[in-house]
Design a protein around this ligand. Structure first.
Ligand code: GUN
Ligand code: FE
Length: 405
């Protein structure tokens, strides 16, 4: 739904309502007039990697496991150097600050000092985020391998204690990288921490065929990849809010489990194209009542923009319909917009919509640099922003009622 030349009324942190005419009782309220610009709910990036921003767009001729070995792990190992981390995280944080994103779930690396630095910098942006110190203790280069599950547990616990109450908008999240890099012992210890501190969980699930075969070898007793996480209590449920990136190849049984456990799927279509992972069955997830939001997955994805993720999502769903299953209709642009706002926003509570009672996250868009000779409706202008913008059209940004840009 759109309103032309209307009023968005908020009471500090929350939306009161969106109106065509200003209701009488708000006549004396302070008014900010954004004139012909568009005001939309803030966008939510449910999955990205801050330390990978420095090499985005490189290595996309590889598939996941080779790409991790040749590009990702060497880059992430540099974050043991705090000077490097400061410089690189400045670049990432500056980019997300100026984007249309107001909420994000972010992977850091396993290095505590660098991860705290990232959190400090993110807090300055006003964006609300979960940040994960990555846990991994096997199947990775020595330089990135935590020496034991116990050592990973101790350092993760210390990092949680150090950060959980330190920031208003930036919070820790339990982050096993993915099953292949986490021993059973580490997964059990992460579950202990998740319970002790009541934290949410983020990880990767079912992205690439070779990865899935590997998980099956590592966990022959678990008949799907999802059940491997479930086995350790790290797959959703009432007290374990969980977001899983990718979910390209999940079967019906996994869909059932995701729905039952209220797991969020972070759909990262651009990454799935770049790394030739496949096309996730997003229509199927939506039809079956699974929570879905969008992720940029930088640097699997090359763009941080969730506008770009929306248009990629529509294109991916069209290919899925055309090439894989004609029963799963392509997504409309409205549906992709929903996924990039409220769909992912629900992971953060009442977020991502201008409905009454929602947290006031809004982005003011100036589309005057996307000229046209045609008169356009609001929906048409929004479509052009989604397809043509690279976040440079962001004029102002509000998060939880505060102007942050
Ligand atoms: N699976 C495990 N680690 C990663 C990562 O860094 N990026 C992506 N796309 N998938 C992963
Ligand atoms: Fe990822």
């Amino acid at each position: 739904m759109t309103i032309e030349n209307g009023y968005l009324v908020c009471d500090g942190m929350h939306i009161i309502g969106a109106y065509q005419e200003l209701p009488e009782q708000f006549r004396d309220a302070q008014i900010i007039d954004y004139k012909d610009r568009l005001i939309i709910p803030g966008l939510c990036d449910l999955h990205t990697h801050a330390p990978q921003f420095a090499f985005r767009a490189l290595g996309s001729d590889l598939e996941l496991l080779d790409w991790l070995e040749k590009y990702t792990f060497p880059e992430e190992s540099k974050y043991s150097n705090l000077d490097y981390a400061r410089k690189a995280y400045d670049v990432f944080v500056n980019a997300i600050r100026h984007s249309a994103t107001t909420r994000a779930c972010i992977f850091a690396t396993l290095h505590s000092p660098a991860t705290v630095t990232l959190m400090e910098k993110l807090e300055q942006t006003g964006i609300v985020s979960y940040v994960g110190k990555v846990a991994m203790d096997r199947n990775c280069p020595d330089i990135l391998r935590q020496e034991s599950a116990q050592a990973a547990y101790v350092s993760t616990k210390q990092w949680i204690r150090n950060t959980k109450d330190r920031f208003k908008n930036t919070k820790p999240i339990i982050t096993p990288r993915f099953i292949p890099t986490c021993s059973d012992e580490l997964m059990y210890r992460l579950k202990e921490l998740q319970e002790e501190f009541s934290l949410p969980v983020q990880s990767h699930l079912s992205e690439n065929k070779d990865e899935i075969a590997w998980v099956s070898d590592l966990h022959p007793h678990c008949h799907t990849y999802s059940h491997a996480y479930e086995h350790f209590g790290l797959f959703g449920g009432e007290r374990t809010p969980t977001v899983m990136a990718h979910c390209v190849w999940c079967d019906d049984e996994e869909i059932e489990l995701m729905k039952k456990n209220q797991v969020f799927v972070a759909h990262c279509s651009q990454s799935n194209f770049n790394l030739a992972s496949g096309i996730a069955p997003i229509r199927k997830y939506m039809t079956n009542g699974v929570n879905v939001g969008l992720g940029s997955d930088v640097a699997g994805g090359s763009h941080l923009s969730i506008f770009r993720a929306m248009s990629d999502t529509v294109q991916a769903s069209k290919l899925y319909w055309r090439l894989i299953d004609q029963n799963d209709a392509a997504l409309t642009l409205n549906e992709a917009f929903y996924l990039g706002t409220e769909g992912g926003g629900r992971f953060f509570g009442k977020v991502g919509s201008f409905k009454s009672g929602y947290e006031f996250d809004a982005v003011v868009i100036d589309d005057s640099n996307i000229p046209t000779t045609n008169p356009l409706t609001i929906e048409e202008r929004l479509a052009r922003i989604i397809y043509c913008s690279d976040d440079s059209n962001v004029h102002a940004k509000y998060v939880r009622g505060e102007k942050v840009l």
